[in-house]
Design a binder for this molecule. Structure first.
Ligand code: EPZ
Length: 423
């Protein structure tokens, strides 16, 4: 991103106190494009004030929608004036989820011309399953010069079986199928909490989506969808990142406004490490006193251990007693942060999708660079627990997915600030 600032953290202070989780990034980037499927204004609340949301607000405006956005408060979208169907590279490359505009515009008006998405460099991240789903619904797809052109005279419901479990593919097909004529069944669907949240949002607009959260989603298309007011769910990955940071600093933190059932695989793994985790209805308390035990982590689709928390927990494992093995089964290039952790004194060997971490007494601060959003989160955790000062370059990656993270951590006692880099 070659930004012009760096984050500075002086580590070693246990995080203590209470923090409130923001609305979910990965649900917000699905729900905001979905407003285009409505024939009336929609209001969305609890959106996180993050760059991915800002990018989508700009894209909706560029398509002609009337958007009233108060960061951190609410978003009102009136899609009726939107006539646009084109999203160019400059806008689309600001976030991976720009490809949801294909499904939303296909559902809205049967035409979309969207530049191939940007996003984190954690693997090839093809969208063949998205395009297969659109074609089965009756759309003609053309991939020309980095642009995806999708057109359909009329989308028609059908049966779709994904070859791989894909969050993005499931979401994109849900968006298009909501306005298709007839009945669509999606087999081998993703089951993440944000899939369920999108289904709830769509149904609040009068859509007929059943089975979200299971691997079979059934959708009866609707010719019209009405307006709604909806609050998105809290961010599962921010919750997990804060849990890991609390454990890494031997802290005592109450994480409020989260959904503990979304965190079960993360809670189980931290308990396995010897971390004390206590759940209540809408809060999780993480208290770390004694030594951390090494464990094995294998990323899986929901409800398995989330790939988005593989990078943050790898920072925690650098100080666990013993050898930990991390197997990244979802993306083929999601270990780029390991080199940066080694610069801070970690002992890590990487081979393809396996990382072996031998625990050390502690990390020491060093200059490091974030290579993607969750790599940045991993370096944040490492900086909070390291002796001395850590400088994180490219912290803009972190801003894509964590709302006001420095304010939250400073309120928990962290010594963290940002500085401009001398030109
Ligand atoms: C979503 O990415 C999230 N992004 C990712 O979070 C998350 O890591 C991922 O789901 C898995 O949970 C958003 O929601 C915006 P996939 P997505 O399609 O949809 C392969 C973060 O840090 N695949 O579930 O791109 C793909 O290569 C981000 O917040 C195909 O082969 O993930 C991968 O190996 C990073 N063909 C696997 O499936 C396709 O058409 C899972 O990808 C689509 C995917």
């Amino acid at each position: 991103m070659s930004g012009n600032e760096k984050m500075l953290i002086t580590g070693g202070t246990p995080l203590e106190g209470e923090v409130r989780v923001s609305g979910g990034k990965n649900t917000s980037v699905a729900v905001i494009p979905a407003t285009l499927l409505s024939d009336e204004p929609c209001v969305i609340e609890n959106l996180p004030d993050i760059d991915d949301v800002h990018a989508l607000v700009d894209i909706l405006r560029s398509l002609g929608a009337e958007v009233d956005y108060v960061p951190g408060v609410h978003l009102r979208v009136d899609p009726r004036p939107a006539q646009g169907t084109y999203v160019g590279y400059q806008d689309a490359s600001r976030l991976r989820a720009s490809y949801y505009l294909i499904g939303a515009l296909l559902g809205r008006c049967g035409r979309a011309e969207v530049a191939f998405p940007g996003g984190c460099r954690i693997g090839t991240r093809p969208i063949d399953q998205h395009l297969k789903g659109f074609q089965l619904l009756g759309a003609r797809i053309e991939d020309k010069g980095g642009m995806i052109l999708a057109e359909a005279d009329q989308l028609t419901g059908t049966s779709i079986v994904f070859d791989v479990v894909t969050v993005g593919g499931t979401i994109n097909v849900m968006l298009a199928a909501c306005r298709a004529e007839g009945y669509t069944v999606i087999h081998n669907a993703a089951k993440e909490p944000h899939i369920v949240d999108l289904a709830n949002f769509l149904n609040s607009m009068g859509a007929q989506v059943r089975g979200a959260g299971t691997d079979v989603i059934r959708i009866t298309g609707r010719s019209r969808l009405h307006g709604t007011t909806y609050a998105v769910i809290p961010d599962q990955i921010e919750t997990g990142t804060l849990m890991i940071a609390a454990a890494a600093t031997h802290g005592n933190v109450v994480i409020r406004g989260c959904i503990p059932t979304h965190m079960e695989s993360v809670t189980a793994k931290l308990l396995e490490m010897g971390v004390r985790v206590v759940e209540s209805d809408d809060a999780i308390t993480v208290r770390q006193a004694g030594p951390l035990r090494a464990v094995n982590v294998k990323t899986q689709v929901y409800p398995g251990f989330p790939t988005d928390l593989q990078q943050p927990i790898s920072a925690l494992l650098t100080i666990a007693h013993g050898r930990s093995n991390i197997e990244e089964t979802i993306f083929e290039n999601r270990f780029r942060h390991m080199d940066e952790l080694v610069r801070m004194g970690a002992r890590i060997m990487v081979s393809n999708r396996l990382a072996i971490i031998d625990g050390v007494e502690g990390l020491y601060g060093a200059p490091v660079t974030a290579t993607d959003l969750r790599a940045g989160a991993a370096l944040l955790v490492a900086g909070l627990m390291a002796r001395g000062e850590t400088e994180i370059y490219e912290p803009e990656y972190i801003d894509r997915g964590y709302e006001h993270i420095e304010d939250k951590l400073r309120a928990l006692g962290a010594n963290i600030r940002r500085e401009k880099i001398r030109p």
